[in-house]
Design a protein around this ligand. Structure first.
Ligand SMILES: Cc1cc2nc3c(=O)[nH]c(=O)nc-3n(C[C@H](O)[C@H](O)[C@H](O)COP(=O)(O)O)c2cc1C
Length: 177
């Protein structure tokens, strides 16, 4: 019988959801995958799946409050499942920020939840200047300027290393094979 995998994404501009879609394609016919936005996810969805993968992006220093509400309400069942977490942010474009000890958002996340994910992924996201509204565009540009990132407002920049995403999915498959 195929094993049920549920991806839950907290994604504002769609990049984290794209990462979930990419990962889900790595699961072959031995698995039965489903993807849903965090807004739709309920206790029964976790309860009825064996493997849970929650991915969430960062905006202005934080994961969305709904992420914490959802995890805190479901911490018991998450700890009983084979459950994984990954965060998507621009800071992680620098390799040294891709560890649990050095990524500020993961450190903050772990302080706020009583859930121990089986593995945590830290993935660089995408900066899509043309898509952003005036305020966000200029705020992100300022942050990029001070952190040595790209500042051309006419361009978008995808920092995601898709091989790292593949490796994360492969490890989950291996652990649940
Ligand atoms: C308004 C806004 C604020 C952001 N704030 C941060 C931030 O504080 N730190 C960071 O590392 N990345 C930040 N990012 C980068 C996002 O985490 C990155 O674009 C990610 O790919 C977004 O994923 P999503 O499309 O799934 O929401 C920000 C992006 C936007 C548009």
């Amino acid at each position: 019988m195929s094993r049920k995998v549920l991806f839950i994404h907290s994604s504002v501009d769609g990049h984290t959801s794209k990462i979930c879609d990419h990962m889900s394609k790595k699961f072959d016919q031995k698995f039965n995958t489903e993807t849903m936005p965090l807004e739709k996810a309920q206790y029964k969805d976790i309860e009825s799946n064996e493997i849970i993968i929650i991915g969430a992006s960062i905006r202005y220093g934080n994961h969305r409050p709904l992420l914490y509400t959802f995890i805190n309400q479901n911490e018991k069942i998450l700890n009983q499942r084979s459950a994984y977490f990954f965060t998507v942010n621009a800071v992680a474009r620098r390799a040294e920020k891709r560890t649990i000890e050095n990524n500020p958002y993961v450190k903050k996340f772990l302080k706020k939840v009583n859930w121990s994910p089986k593995k945590i992924g830290i993935f660089p996201g995408k900066i899509d200047y043309p898509k952003y509204k005036f305020f966000d565009k200029h705020m992100i540009r300022l942050i990029m300027y001070f952190s040595g990132g790209p500042t051309d407002l006419n361009n978008s920049y995808e920092f995601t290393d898709w091989q790292e995403i593949d490796a994360f999915a492969e490890e989950i498959k291996k652990n649940n094979g």
